[in-house]
Design a protein around this ligand. Structure first.
Ligand code: PLP
Length: 391
């Protein structure tokens, strides 16, 4: 398959496999949980790392200006957002950046808004930094589409509300927020002195009928009020390089973030990651195009399967390679639902409840796998439903 290879990771140290027993109590599941892909990291990235290894010293190095510029160019091309290298700083992980930003822009006891259901570390970062978690759950409209609930948000804002953690595109519900939605949310936050930390790590996995809008690109005012987290980890399946960036247009916020970063002293990361980062953003274009084509095919397969199995509710993800399956019609408790997927269907998915109580009755499936694997998984699920009298 040349540039685009599916890899059997079962004999590697991939978390998806090594944690199977611990998470599911058995080895006998197809793992479709943690958010990385069974697709080889782009050859251009691996080649660049091999090339760097020809130099025999792997010492301290800083992120170069041209590595940052590679990301700036990518963001300008793909998201029509003009950012400058001086706004960027290195981070070993997006979750670490969330923690650092929480510490930089709020004090212990301050309130941080989280829009549930959401990627679980959002909650953990607020709690472990002794901030007060305030939930502003997403709501579903008549069509079942998830929306922000701005009325609820307005009612919850107090003088202690300092931050809102935004997930855009949204894991797990798969929404790509529209310009109008983001503008309304962003303006409400600006009016109330709430800084937005916008986790946009899934920004490059967006399907053709949708467009990712970086919150900070919408207007200079929103730009000055937003801390954007981005990186190549999801886009190019290279989470193991532990490299991402924090983008801050406001020099005042940048300085506050820098002070906090300095206290943690996570430095500038590893040289092989710098090389991988630059190669991905400079040369990963074609690979990324192939990736979106493949994910689109897999998404269609799931859609067709759900049409044939209406007991499982489905909304097409607009972005991310994660699908949020509505299993409430099965009328099982959450433990029973999880056990059904593991023991009856042989599938290792992420249980919805892990994303917050609004996730009760849902399961999240990662479809960034070979089409044959997805087909096998869906067959296993069809058979399990049939055997258990669900049609
Ligand atoms: C929304 C979101 N943010 C952050 C991460 C993790 O990023 P990192 O590994 O860079 O901490 C994930 C991984 O699934 C995610 O879905």
């Amino acid at each position: 398959m040349g540039e685009f290879d599916f890899i059997d990771r079962s004999q590697s140290n991939a978390e998806k496999y090594t944690l199977k027993q611990k998470l599911f109590g058995t080895q006998e599941v197809l793992p479709m949980w943690v958010a990385d892909m069974d697709i080889a990291t782009p050859a251009c990235v691996l080649d660049a790392v091999r090339h760097r290894l020809e130099h025999p010293i792997i010492g301290y190095e800083i992120m170069s200006e041209h590595a940052y510029e590679a990301q700036c160019d990518w963001v300008a091309r793909h998201h029509r957002w003009s950012i400058s290298a001086e706004w960027l700083s290195y981070s070993p992980s997006v979750v670490a950046s969330i923690g650092c930003a929480i510490r930089a822009f709020s004090n212990e006891g301050d309130e941080v808004i989280v829009q549930s259901p959401v990627y679980p570390p959002f909650y953990e970062m607020v709690r472990s930094n002794n901030r007060k978690l305030v939930l502003n759950p997403l709501v579903q409209d008549n069509q079942g589409e998830y929306r922000f609930d701005l009325e609820d948000l307005k009612a919850k804002i107090t003088p202690k509300t300092k931050l809102l953690l935004l997930c855009s595109p949204h894991n797990p519900v798969g929404r790509v927020w529209s310009r109008e939605e983001l503008t309304a949310l962003g303006e409400l936050c600006v009016q109330n002195g709430i800084i937005i930390i916008s986790d946009e790590v899934h920004c490059d996995i967006v399907f053709s009928e949708n467009t990712h809008i970086p919150l900070a690109s919408i207007s200079p005012i929103l730009g000055e009020n937003t801390v954007t987290l981005m990186g190549p980890g999801k886009t190019f399946n290279m989470a193991g390089f532990s490299i991402s960036t924090v983008v801050i247009a406001s020099s005042v916020l940048r300085e506050r973030y820098r002070i906090q970063q300095h206290k943690i002293h996570y430095g500038d990361g590893a040289v092989l990651s710098h090389v991988a980062f630059e190669a991905a953003y400079r040369q990963g274009e074609l690979w990324h195009e192939n990736l979106l084509n493949h994910l689109t095919l897999n998404r269609t397969m799931i859609e067709q399967w759900c049409v044939a199995h209406p007991i499982i509710g489905f909304r097409k993800p607009q972005g991310t390679y994660l699908v949020w399956l509505d299993c409430r019609a099965l009328k099982m408790g959450d433990r029973e639902l999880r056990d059904f997927f593991v023991q009856e269907a042989g599938l290792g998915l992420s249980a919805g409840l892990g994303f917050g109580k609004e996730g009760s009755g849902y399961m999240r499936l990662n479809f960034a796998v070979a089409t044959e694997i997805l087909e096998r998984a869906l067959n296993q699920l069809s058979n399990a439903l049939k055997r258990n009298g669900y049609g």
